[in-house]
Structure formats: C-alpha cells, structure tokens
Design a protein around this ligand. Structure first.
Ligand SMILES: Nc1ncnc2c1ncn2[C@@H]1O[C@H](COP(=O)(O)OP(=O)(O)O)[C@@H](O)[C@H]1O
Ligand SMILES: [Mg+2]
Length: 360
C-alpha cells in the first residue's frame, strides 16, 4: 500500500497544504516545535480516524478554528483510491472514493503501523495499555474480532449492572450470562491465536535486528490457565468453571471477575518479564520488533504492506542501529514516514518543516 498525496485544513499548527509523497521513504525534519509530529498525526488521522497522541480529536483543530479535515490519495493492490475525514461539532465524517461511509466501512481501508517514543509504555505501563494495543491490532486485520469486542463491552456493562443490583436470579441475566461466555471465549481464542503467531515473528525480528543470542516471547496471562492449544469449547468450559468458582465474589464485589477484560500480556526476554528485568535499550528494541511483527502480520492477512510511521527516530536508536533498521525497511519496500530533528543520511524525500510550513 502506498500513499500518494495528502491535503489538510486547520490541522494543529500546520499551514493548509498538499504534500506528494515518495513511494519509499519520506523524512520530515526540522527543529522542535515546528510541526513534524503534527504532519505524521495528520497522516495517521486520515488513515485511521484517530490520533496517536490524544483521545480528544478536538485538540487537532487549529486554535481559534472550529473544524479540521484531511484527504488522502492512495493506491492498494486493487488500484487508486481516496479517503477523507472531517471533524466538526464533535462529529467525524468519513468519505471513501467520494462517498460518505460510516466508521466500520472506513476503518481498515488503510493499514498503518506507528512507532512513537511513548510506545515504551507498552512494556512499562499498566495491563490496560497492552490490552488496548492488542485489541486494536487484532481488530485491524480481523473485522469479526472488532465486532466481538464491541458486543462484549455492551454485554459486560449489562452483566456488571445486574451483579451490582444483585439481580442474578432474573431470567434475562441467564441470557446475558450465555452471551457473556460465548463472546469472552471467542475473544480469548482469537487473542491466543494471535499471540501464538506474533510471538514467533517477534522473536525472529528481534534476533535478526537486535540480538541473536536472546529469545523473545509474548505470553497470554490470565487467572485461568489456558493452554496454547485449547479449543473454543475448552476455553468456554474453563470460563464457565471459573465463573462458578467466583460466583460469590462477583456478587460481593458487584462486577465481573472473569473474562478477557481482566487478562494481560507479558513480554518475556529469555523467559524473564521485560517489564521488570529488561534494560531501557532492550525495551525500545522489543517494541520496535513488535511493530515489525505487526507489519508482518498485516502483510500475511492482507497480502499488502501497511504504511509505517516513526516519530522522532533519532531519540531511539544510535546511527548503526538506525542504518540496520532503515536498510531492512527498504528491502521490504515499506512506505515510511519519519520525523527527525536532523537530516538523515538516507535516500528519501526530505521535507523541512518550519513554523508549520513545509519547505521542500
Ligand atoms: N491545535 C493546535 N493549533 C495550533 N497549534 C498547535 C495545536 N496543537 C499543538 N500546536 C502547536 O504546534 C506546534 C508543533 O508541534 P509538533 O508537531 O509536536 O512539533 P514537532 O514534532 O516538530 O516538535 C507546537 O508548538 C504546539 O504548541
Ligand atoms: Mg515531535
């Protein structure tokens, strides 16, 4: 997949512009505070409808304005397409090939993988950060998973409400209970499958680029002892049994104590939890390898490379690591959008950003 061109209006500090992209490497360089991250954010926003640095889309609108918008021309395996997002009055409007579409139709048309300094939180942060990350990853290439999650979150809310109000004898509660177990087991099954697959790729990438003497794995962690090979039926049965065990506690605390909302993911470097044991440098390398594995997974699912966005590459890696990484991405023919405070010694289209303006 290649992005050809972007247009944006009223986006952060950026001057309204149109940028034509190089099909390989695009470098946005300039001093701090000029708008480099904002350009990457505009690209990501148009591709996914989201920002990677804020949950409040309102913040993307240029100060003093009341709406913003962006438009992308791109090409995938099947040909040229365009997509756009407008944001005003707290609402997003999506267009695909000139026609209005809803979020579900829009999402996943362009696959984007992103690497930002804050990603280190995927290791150091709370379990909910990892859950959110993996849920989004799986959803990107698996629409069914996205729907399962959406339904699960509704059913979980209702189930919790019933537990809180101590109405578990209600007939309707039993219906929710069935649905809860059905959705929970399907989500867990898909997560375990995904973890099994990405873990192999992660180890390969880490060893290839960073350290061939170590073994890196991801483990699915739960109160319930799931096995990699558990069938859907087996998972269902384990959840049912655990709910039986927890029934009194669930009533006592008034919320669900079993299910994917409580589970967690761990990065194990040489079998040790990297949250507690890995160095800062190793953590960065683990997350970067994870992003490369995400690219591999998307390629396997869609037969197409996602675009790859790297914010502030210089703050991550020394020159020799940087060269390794960029050579690797070049060979893979991945379209790259990177920002850096200095020019890099690479074959790329260079855009200098000064005061929100793009100087070529
Ligand atoms: N909504 C907004 N409207 C106008 N300017 C903004 C908005 N949000 C952030 N800025 C400003 O945009 C500037 C550029 O930010 P950023 O893209 O993070 O710079 P860089 O990545 O080049 O360091 C910052 O000075 C910031 O204060
Ligand atoms: Mg920046």
């Amino acid at each position: 997949m290649k992005l050809r061109k972007i247009n944006f209006i009223n986006f952060r500090n950026l001057k309204d512009s149109s940028i034509k992209f190089n099909e390989n490497f695009n470098l946005f360089h300039g001093k701090n505070g000029q708008g480099k991250t904002s350009i990457l954010e505009a690209i990501y926003f148009t591709a996914t409808g989201k920002s990677f640095r804020s949950n409040k889309i309102q913040e993307l609108i240029k100060y003093e304005k009341d709406k913003c918008g962006s438009y992308l021309e791109y090409e995938d395996r099947l040909g040229k397409k365009n997509i756009s997002v407008k944001f005003s009055d707290r609402k997003k409007e999506y267009n695909f090939n000139g026609k209005k579409v809803n979020h579900e139709e829009f999402y996943g048309k362009i696959n984007a993988v992103i690497f930002i300094p804050e990603d280190i939180e995927l290791i150091t942060g709370s379990p909910s950060i990892r859950r959110k990350f993996f849920d989004e990853e799986i959803s990107q290439s698996n629409e069914e998973y996205y729907k399962l999650l959406k339904n699960f979150s509704k059913v979980l809310k209702v189930r919790n409400q019933y537990l809180k109000e101590k109405k578990t004898k209600d007939e309707i509660y039993q219906v929710y209970e069935e649905e809860f177990i059905f959705l929970a087991s399907n989500i867990i099954k898909k997560r375990i499958e995904y973890i099994n697959r990405i873990s192999i790729l992660l180890n390969l990438n880490y060893r290839k680029i960073f350290d061939d003497k170590k073994e890196l794995n991801i483990k699915y962690v739960s109160e319930i002892n799931y096995d990699k090979k558990d069938s859907l039926e087996k998972i269902k049965e384990k959840i049912k049994n655990e709910i039986k065990k927890q029934v009194l506690n669930e009533k006592k605390y008034g919320h669900s104590l079993v299910g994917p909302q409580r589970d967690e993911f761990k990065f194990l470097l040489n079998e040790k939890d990297s949250k507690s044991f890995s160095s800062q440098g190793e953590k960065k390398s683990i997350i970067f390898s994870l992003k490369l594995s995400e690219i591999d997974m998307i390629y396997k699912e869609k037969r197409e490379n996602p675009i790859f966005i790297i914010d502030d590459i210089s703050s991550y890696f020394d020159n020799s690591r940087k060269k390794n990484i960029l050579d690797y991405l070049k060979n893979r023919k991945i379209q790259l959008f990177i920002s850096s405070t200095n020019k890099l010694d690479i074959d790329s289209e260079n855009f200098e950003i000064k005061n929100g303006e793009i100087l070529c």
